[in-house]
Design a protein around this ligand. Structure first.
Ligand code: GDP
Ligand code: MG
Length: 442
C-alpha cells in the first residue's frame, strides 16, 4: 500500500544531503505507483509527477535527514494545490431564482444531491428553494425527488413522463419567478454511459435555463473511469463546479484529483452518505491527506526523527568509546531523544532489563512533566557543572534550584539519576549502547 511505499521512499532518502535527479526519480516512481493505487488516472499521475519533480529539485534541503520529509511535503502541497487551495461555495449571485442544473451519469447521485443541497440552502442560508425533475424516462426518478423534497421541507414542482424536459424547465422557471423562489434546482436524467442524445438534451436544458451553477455530479467509486465522464460533460457544458459523491465508501479519493485536473473546475462538495445530511464542503488539504493516507505518512516522519536519534546515540557511544565520560549534556540529549521517541511509558516497555528499572522512577504522564523539570535544572547549570557534576555542592545546588524554579531535593534526585545512568552507560560502552537503542526502537 501507499504507506509501505512511502516508507521505502523515506528510507532510501535518509541520510542524503540533498535531493538529486537520481534519487528523486526512484522515489517518484514509488509515489506514482501509489497514486495509481489511489485510483488517480494515468495521464493525471504523469502530469502530477512532472510537477512534483520540478518543485522538489528546486527545494532547499536543510539538515541531513530532511529529504524524505521534504519530498512528502512537496507531494502533499502539490496535491492540495492541484485540487484547489480552498473550498469554493455555491454561487447564488443571480437575479432570483438562482438556477442550479445537475448533470452526470445515471446513479451518480444527482437526485440525492438535490435533496441534500436543498436542505443545506434552506437551513443554513434561509433560502426559499424549489426543486423540479426533468428526468422523464423514469417515473420513479420523479417520485424519488418528490419524496426527498417532502423530507427536507422544500417545494416540489410537478412534472411527468409525458412532458419534454425543456418544457418542464420553462414551466418551473416561470413558477419560481412568480412565487419569488430564491433558488431553483433542476434534476436531470442520466444514462449508464455517455451518449449523444443525453448530451444534446442537457445542452438544450442549459441553453433554456442559463443556470448560475452547472454542477457535474460524479461517483468517487468510479475511480479511473471518472476521467472520461468528466471530459465528456466538461466539453458539452460550461460546468461551474463538481460534486464528488459516495466518499463515505472506500474510495481513496483519486477521482478528486483526476476530475479536478480534467475539468479545471472546483470540487464544491463531497457526498458522504445516502441520507439528506450526507454532504460536506470539499477541503483539498483533507482530500490530499486521504489520497496519501496522511496518518501513516506522519508516522513515517516520526520514524525519520527516530533515525536522527539513532545518530545521536551513535555519537554518544563513540564518545564513550573514546574514553570521554558521559556527562549531563549527554544525559539531557538522551532525555530529549526519549521525548521524541514517543513518551516514557511507551518506551519503558521496550527497554531491556536494568535501564527499564531505572526509568521506572518516572512514569507515564508524570514522565513528560518531570522531563521538562530535568531539562530546566540542567539548563540552569554552568558548562563546567554539566561536564563535571561532582563539583555541584550545597551552594551550587541552591543556585540551580532557584534558577530552574525547582527544589534542592529535585536537583539531588536528578544528580542521583544521572549517576546511575552514568554507571549503566559504562556497562554499555562497548558498543552496547547502540544495541540498546535498537532494542528501544522495537
Ligand atoms: P442519480 O441517478 O444520479 O439521480 O443518482 P441517485 O441520486 O438516485 O443515487 C444513486 C444511488 O446512490 C442511490 O442509492 C443513493 O442513495 C446513492 N448515493 C448518492 N449519493 C451518495 C453518497 O454520497 N453516499 C452513498 N453512500 N450513497 C449515495
Ligand atoms: Mg436521479
Amino acid at each position: 500500500n501507499l504507506s509501505n511505499r512511502l516508507s521505502g521512499v523515506v528510507k532510501s532518502l535518509r541520510g542524503q544531503a540533498r535531493l538529486s535527479e537520481t534519487n528523486i526519480t526512484d522515489a517518484l516512481r514509488e509515489v506514482r505507483m501509489a497514486l495509481l493505487e489511489a485510483d488517480v488516472a494515468l495521464p493525471v499521475v504523469k502530469t502530477f509527477i512532472a510537477e512534483v519533480k520540478q518543485r522538489a529539485l528546486g527545494q532547499e534541503v536543510i539538515g541531513s535527514l530532511t529529504p524524505g520529509q521534504a519530498l512528502i511535503g512537496v507531494v502533499n502541497e502539490e496535491l492540495t494545490r492541484l485540487m484547489g487551495e480552498h473550498n469554493d461555495a455555491l454561487n447564488l449571485a443571480a437575479v432570483p431564482p438562482a438556477i442550479i442544473l445537475m448533470a452526470g451519469l445515471q446513479g451518480a447521485g444527482k437526485t440525492t444531491t438535490v435533496g441534500k443541497l436543498a436542505k443545506l440552502l434552506k437551513e443554513t442560508q434561509k433560502k426559499k428553494v424549489l426543486v423540479v425533475s426533468a428526468d422523464v424516462y423514469r417515473p420513479a426518478a420523479i417520485e424519488q425527488l418528490k419524496m426527498l423534497a417532502e423530507q427536507v421541507g422544500v417545494e416540489w414542482f410537478p412534472s411527468d413522463a409525458s412532458q419534454q424536459p425543456d418544457a418542464i424547465a420553462r414551466a418551473a422557471v416561470d413558477y419560481a419567478k412568480r412565487h419569488y423562489f430564491d433558488v431553483l434546482m433542476v434534476d436531470t436524467a442520466g444514462r449508464l454511459a455517455i451518449d449523444e442524445a443525453m448530451m444534446q438534451e442537457i445542452k438544450t436544458l442549459h441553453a433554456t435555463l442559463n443556470p448560475i451553477e452547472t454542477l457535474f455530479v460524479v461517483d468517487a467509486m468510479q475511480g479511473q473511469d471518472a476521467v472520461h465522464t468528466a471530459q465528456a460533460f466538461n466539453e458539452a457544458l460550461p460546468l461551474t463546479g463538481v460534486i464528488l459523491t459516495k466518499m463515505d465508501g472506500d474510495a481513496r479519493g483519486g477521482a478528486a484529483l483526476s476530475v479536478r485536473h480534467i475539468t479545471g473546475k472546483p470540487i464544491k462538495f463531497i457526498g458522504v452518505g445516502e441520507k439528506t445530511t450526507g454532504i460536506e464542503p470539499f477541503h483539498p488539504e483533507r482530500m490530499a491527506s486521504r489520497i496519501l493516507g496522511m496518518g501513516d505518512v506522519l508516522s513515517l516522519i516520526e520514524d525519520v526523527q527516530k533515525g536522527i536519534d539513532q545518530e545521536e546515540a551513535a555519537r554518544v557511544a563513540k564518545k564513550l568509546k573514546s574514553g570521554k565520560g558521559f556527562d549531563l549534556e549527554d544525559f539531557k540529549a538522551q532525555m530529549q531523544q526519549m521525548k521524541k521517541m514517543g513518551g516514557m511509558s511507551n518506551l519503558m516497555e521496550k527497554m531491556p532489563g536494568q535501564i527499564g528499572q531505572m526509568a521506572k522512577g518516572i512514569q507515564g504522564a508524570e514522565a513528560e512533566k518531570s522531563m521538562a523539570r530535568i531539562e530546566a535544572i540542567i539548563n540552569s547549570m554552568t558548562p563546567l557543572e554539566r561536564r563535571k557534576p561532582e563539583v555541584i555542592k550545597a551552594s551550587r545546588k541552591r543556585r540551580i534550584a532557584a534558577g530552574s524554579g525547582t527544589s534542592v531535593q529535585e536537583v539531588n534526585r536528578l544528580l542521583n539519576q544521572f549517576e546511575q545512568t552514568q554507571k549503566l552507560m559504562k556497562q554499555f560502552s562497548k558498543g552496547g549502547l547502540m544495541k540498546m537503542m535498537r532494542g528501544m526502537k522495537g
